[in-house]
Structures are given as structure tokens and as C-alpha cells.
Design a binder for this molecule. Structure first.
Ligand code: NAD
Ligand code: DAU
Length: 351
């Protein structure tokens, strides 16, 4: 048994589905079901006794303590977070509450539980904290990619809150000897990603004939990783990662936002051409830049490759094709997530 937090979100649900499909064991999935959490992502597990879903907050210490006592997990894989940079700019409070205070409360419950385990289980227990490359700040065009020793320099309320949570996790290892592992991953894409993030937003807007809003000059660079590769990397770190260490995870796929949008448009032109015969790129619209917009992220993922033998399996070209196809084939999922609250967000952010 493992306890996953945030397992109804984008990466968490992919992780839970892969974990159970791979026969790695049962999962207790604790998720608050914020706007980003969606039980439909887990529909394939509806009648599967290996998946126990619990709606709740990682900051609810009583609930977390009870779940740990009852299910005795051998590991906690911690995904739950507020994850969208633009939302953190509009309102940082939820980011501080969940990403910092929530992680702190979860760590406290985990420490109490771990401390009370018999020796063998105590030695085998792991707390894996899923974090982001954004904690390292922004790179210039000639800078070397982030390594695990790059100094932290978070620039948004989101990345600052994730950086704070990384420091807490590190401190629990250093101070209390807790068996923690931290992963810092680059931009993920794939099935079940909420359409507030770049790739699904562009796919949906294009299909609806809406503008494709490019922040600033569109030349910001991100390093894209297919979510399936991220899930494999997390499993490898959980299995063989050295305690107290951090592992960078990335796809070796640095792309400008315009490159990504052009690729998405080209696949859509081929698979579902616009009714008016125009290429989807004709919808590209430059909008006001994100405040404090980080220019470039790039990950050096050699440590996880060297120590654990992990390398991404998808290229950007194969992964993005699968992803566009998934959105084309899942209109029902899209309709359900783009209801009232989503439209309010789009109005607030894009006017
Ligand atoms: P997401 O926003 O899609 O999902 C977050 C999930 O956490 C949702 O299901 C939500 O309901 C749940 N949640 C939020 N607050 C909670 C709380 N207080 N208690 C319990 N559950 C709560 O996020 P994601 O994109 O799947 O990201 C998952 C994790 O991976 C985050 O920690 C994020 O920082 C990290 N990460 C994301 C990316 C990316 O590209 N998406 C890259 C690197 C790291
Ligand atoms: O690097 C890892 C991070 O990647 C994760 O920690 C975050 O949880 C995840 O949201 C993601 O952050 P980004 O800010 O990089 O992702 P987002 O999809 O919001 O934006 C990607 C790039 O596209 C960024 O440069 C901003 C730009 N963008 C985004 C949107 C939503 C646009 O130009 N237009 C848009 O409408």
C-alpha cells in the first residue's frame, strides 16, 4: 500500500493509473478535489479494490493521521499542490496554504507515523516529494541547464511556495532522519491535463476557433516531458533513490512556446482541419506578458540516468502526437472540465 496525495490531478492520476496497471500494489489516494482535481481521470479504477479514494485536505492532520494508521502505507508520494503559475499571480494565498502549510502538516503526520513503525518497516518507508524545476528560477540563453546543485531562485508565488516545501522536506531528513526523496521535474504534458496550461489550452482554443494567446514574444523556453515518463521516473526514484537526495527529471526537449504552438497547430491541421480551411496558426494572438515571466528552463537529467538508469522514452514528436489525439478522442472529458468555474477563470485571465 502507498499513500498518494493529489492523485486526482493531472500527474497524480496518471501516476495512480500507471501504478495500478503495472501491478505495483494498492493505493490510498487523498485529494481535496479542488478545481484541478477530477475523479473522471480515475474512472478506469471505479470498481477496482486496489484504489481507495478519500476526499480530503493534506492539511487535515487528523484525517491524514487516521489514514496512515489505518492503511499503513510503505510510502507517501506527495503530488498535491496548487500548480498554476498564473493563478498564483492572481491569488497566492491558496499556494501558501497548500504547498507550504499543507506540506508541513503532512510531513508532521508522516514523521509521527514513521517514528512509530517497527524497525524493518521504518527502514523501508519513503516520503517522495514531487517538485518542479521552477524552484531554480530563470536561465539565460547560454546558461547551462539546471543541475541538482543549482541555487534556488524562485520567481513566482507558485515556485516560491514549492521551494519552501522542498526546504521543509530537506530539513526533515537532515534534522529527524526522515527517509525523504525529492524530484524536480520540467513541464509535463499528456492526457488529463487541465486546460489552463499551455498545451491543452492551445488544443481546445484551436478546436473552438478561439485566439491562441501567446504571452510576450512567445520565445520563452520550457523543457517538455511526457507525463508517462515522469511517472516512470518517480517509480525509479522511489525504488532506488538515495535518501535525502534530489533528482532532476527532464525531457531534453527545450522548445520555445511558439515552437510548441506551431507543432500543435500542424498536428491539428492534419488530424482535424478547421472548417474554414484556414491553418490553426492563423489564430495565434500576442497578449500581455505574464508578470515576472521566467525566460528559460532546462534540465540536466544526468544524475537520475547515471544512478537509476532512467531516460525518457517519448520524444516530443511522439508524445505531442499522442496528446493531441487524446484530446481529440475525449470530447466528453473536455466538456465536463470546461464548465462554469473554468469559464470564470478564462474571463479573468484573458478578458
Ligand atoms: P494539478 O493542479 O493538475 O493537480 C493537483 C491536485 O492536487 C488536484 O487533484 C487537487 O485537487 C489536489 N490538491 C490541491 N490542494 C490540495 C490539498 N490541500 N489537499 C489535497 N489535495 C489537494 O497539478 P499537476 O500538474 O498534476 O502537478 C502535480 C505536482 O507535480 C505538483 O506538486 C506540481 O508542483 C508538480 N509538478 C508539476 C509539473 C507540471 O508540468 N504540471 C511539473 C513539475 C512538477
Ligand atoms: O516547469 C514545471 C512547471 O511547468 C510546473 O511546476 C507547473 O506546475 C506547470 O504549470 C508548468 O509551469 P509553466 O508556467 O511553465 O506552464 P504553463 O503551461 O502555464 O505555461 C507554459 C509557457 O507558456 C509559459 O512560458 C507561459 C506560456 N503561456 C501559457 C499560457 C497558459 C502562454 O504563452 N499562453 C498561455 O495562455
Amino acid at each position: 500500500m502507498i499513500l498518494v496525495t493529489g492523485g486526482a490531478g493531472f500527474i497524480g492520476s496518471n501516476f495512480v493509473l500507471d501504478w495500478i496497471a503495472g501491478g505495483h500494489g494498492p493505493v490510498v489516494n487523498l485529494d481535496k478535489l479542488t478545481y484541478a482535481g477530477n475523479l473522471e481521470n480515475l474512472a478506469a479504477l471505479q470498481n477496482d479494490s486496489r484504489h481507495i479514494f478519500v476526499r480530503g485536505d493534506i492539511g487535515d492532520s487528523e484525517l491524514v493521521g487516521k489514514l496512515l494508521k489505518e492503511h499503513k502505507p510503505r510510502a507517501i508520494v506527495h503530488f498535491a499542490a496548487e500548480s498554476h503559475v498564473d493563478r498564483s499571480i492572481h491569488g497566492p494565498a491558496d499556494f501558501i496554504e497548500t504547498n507550504i502549510n499543507g506540506t508541513f502538516k503532512l510531513l508532521e503526520e508522516a514523521r509521527a507515523y514513521w517514528g512509530g513503525l517497527p524497525d524493518v518497516e521504518r527502514a523501508a518507508f519513503r516520503f517522495l516529494h514531487v517538485s518542479t524545476d521552477e524552484v531554480y528560477g530563470s536561465l539565460g540563453s547560454d546558461d547551462a541547464p539546471f543541475t541538482e546543485t543549482t541555487a534556488y531562485a524562485p520567481n513566482s508565488p507558485y515556485s516560491a511556495s514549492k521551494a519552501a516545501s522542498d526546504h521543509l522536506v530537506r530539513a526533515y531528513h537532515h534534522t529527524y532522519g526522515m527517509p525523504v526523496l525529492t524530484t524536480n521535474c520540467s513541464n509535463n504534458y499528456g492526457a488529463f491535463q487541465f486546460p489552463e496550461k499551455l498545451i491543452p489550452l492551445m488544443i481546445l482554443n484551436a478546436l473552438n476557433g478561439k485566439p491562441l494567446p501567446v504571452y510576450g514574444d512567445g520565445l520563452n523556453i520550457r523543457d517538455w516531458l511526457h507525463v508517462g515518463d515522469h511517472c516512470t521516473a518517480i517509480r525509479e526514484v522511489l525504488k532506488g533513490g538515495r535518501l535525502g537526495e534530489t533528482y532532476n527529471i527532464g525531457g531534453w526537449n527545450e522548445k520555445t512556446n511558439l515552437d510548441v504552438i506551431h507543432t500543435v497547430c500542424a498536428i491539428l491541421d492534419e488530424q482535424q482541419p478547421a472548417a474554414n480551411g484556414q491553418p490553426y496558426t492563423s489564430l495565434i494572438t500576442y497578449v500581455k506578458d505574464r508578470p515576472g515571466h521566467d525566460r528559460r528552463y532546462a534540465i540536466n537529467a544526468r544524475k537520475i540516468e547515471r544512478e537509476l538508469g532512467w531516460k525518457p522514452q517519448e520524444t516530443f514528436e511522439t508524445g505531442i502526437r499522442k496528446t493531441v489525439r487524446w484530446y481529440l478522442d475525449n470530447a466528453g472529458w473536455i466538456n465536463n472540465v470546461t464548465s462554469g468555474a473554468y469559464r470564470e477563470w478564462v474571463d479573468k485571465q484573458y478578458g
